[in-house]
Design a binder for this molecule. Structure first.
Ligand code: ADP
Length: 407
């Protein structure tokens, strides 16, 4: 039986789907987490407490652990564990992304430098300390521009600035979000770059020894023009012409090579305009939230199963994506407040072609909209004969929901 160490950050949506995949595959899971799990007593020998930021020390602990219980793979279920997974895999001699490539993928400024050096279309960008005075920089920028943190995700802290007049206040808002996310130090810089016009797609792919296999291209039918960039609907297969999809796949492959990534899941975001595809970012992990539930491959294999099979060196069966179209809506947080109830869930579930709705914030918890917020209200899923039918179902079902809050 293969034994795999799953690195599970304290805040992730991905635990259940990875554990379920491991159990289907008969893989023994060792959970690596930053906190002691409630049932740690029952997990003797199957739990490792690790600091995901102290890469050296945690790598040492993983290597020690594997002497008694050899590990076939170390898999980060989310962004937070990708550096440690690469470092530990290298120490254990397991094929994995080079640490330096993962570091570049975790830092939007280094990513831009690598893309530029590789000749990929890259917006003009500059890195600034969050303690800098934005006023003198404001007249030197091109507008609209986008101000964003280097290493957050889910569009948290990403804001468009339309003019030199508003730039300083946008800068300060992003700086405050970054400072709030890293009270104990951490990166105190942000990225300012030109706004790239155009429609956006997301790519889910798997790298195997440097070869990129695209698993799905998602269209994002709601325009993302800012000033905040709340993701909503993802639908696959893409409705883009085949030639454009090929270009998107090729550009994603170039971007992964530019970063030096070689193995494991890839989630990329690209924008398309008259200059062709622009890579917004490439992350060395799979799609976030519960969105992977839209994907089924071959005879019903999940994305997590594919990732674990690849990582543990198990045979990877036929895995074309299912024929039907599928989509997810990341449910937006409409207003700040304390969540009382999401009403209309029964009605939403009854909408034809809706095949799942999960509210991920419990009643009584605060709702914080973007750009400060870092959580989704929930996820809604649909399947149908065509991308248009899936998009329509998601919109109809969303119209049934009412988010009730207390001040
Ligand atoms: P995150 O890792 O938080 O998702 P991204 O850099 O991917 O951060 O930005 C989030 C979203 O913001 C993107 O999906 C895109 O819609 C928008 N965005 C970011 N940078 C730009 C840009 N330079 N031009 C246009 N839109 C952008």
């Amino acid at each position: 039986m293969a034994r795999v160490l799953l690195l599970i950050p304290s805040r992730t949506y991905r635990t259940h789907d990875f554990m379920a995949a491991a159990s289907r595959l008969g893989i023994e899971v060792v959970v690596g987490s930053e906190h002691r799990p409630a049932l740690a007593g029952l997990m003797e020998g199957r739990h490792l407490r690790l600091d995901f930021h102290d890469i050296e020390r945690s790598t040492g602990r993983i290597v020690d652990f594997s002497k008694a219980k050899p590990l076939a793979a170390v898999v980060a279920v989310d962004d937070a564990g990708t550096l440690l997974a690469a470092s530990a895999a290298a120490a254990l001699g397991i094929a994995h992304n080079p640490l330096d490539a993962v570091e570049a993928a975790r830092d939007k400024a280094r990513m831009r430098e690598r893309f530029l050096a590789a000749g990929l279309p890259t917006p003009r960008f500059t890195v600034m300390s969050i303690d800098a005075d934005p006023a003198p920089v404001a007249p030197t920028l091109r507008y609209p521009s986008v101000v964003k943190p280097l290493d957050l995700s889910g569009s948290q802290g990403v804001i468009r600035a339309d003019s030199a007049t508003v730039f300083p206040s946008v800068f300060r808002r992003v700086a405050a979000i970054i400072a709030g996310c890293s009270p104990n130090g951490g990166r105190r810089s942000l990225l300012v770059e030109d706004f790239i016009d155009g429609e956006e797609v997301a790519i889910e792919a798997l790298l195997r020894r440097g070869e990129l296999e695209v698993l799905a291209i998602f269209d994002k039918p709601d325009p993302l023009n800012g000033p905040f960039f709340e993701e909503t609907i993802y639908v696959t297969p893409s409705r883009l012409p085949d030639a454009t999809q090929t270009l998107v796949a090729q550009t994603t492959a170039r971007a992964t090579r530019a970063l030096g990534l070689t193995d494991g899941p890839i989630h990329a975001e690209l924008r398309l305009n008259s200059d062709g595809p622009w890579v917004l970012e490439v992350a060395a992990r799979s799609i976030g939230g519960l969105c992977s539930r839209t994907l089924r491959f071959g005879s019903g294999i999940s994305l997590e199963e594919l990732i674990l099979r690849h990582a543990a060196g198990l045979p990877v069966p036929e895995h074309d994506r299912e024929r039907r179209a599928a989509g997810v809506m990341m449910l937006p947080i409409p207003q700040a407040g304390v969540l009382r109830e999401v009403a209309g869930q029964t009605e939403a579930r009854r909408v034809f072609r809706i095949d799942g709705l999960v509210i991920t914030i419990p009643p009584g918890e605060p709702l914080i909209p973007l750009p400060e917020g870092d959580r989704y209200l929930g996820f809604m899923f649909a399947r149908g004969p065509s991308p248009a039918s899936v998009e329509k179902a998601l919109r109809q079902a969303h119209a049934q929901l009412r988010v009730l809050t207390d001040a």
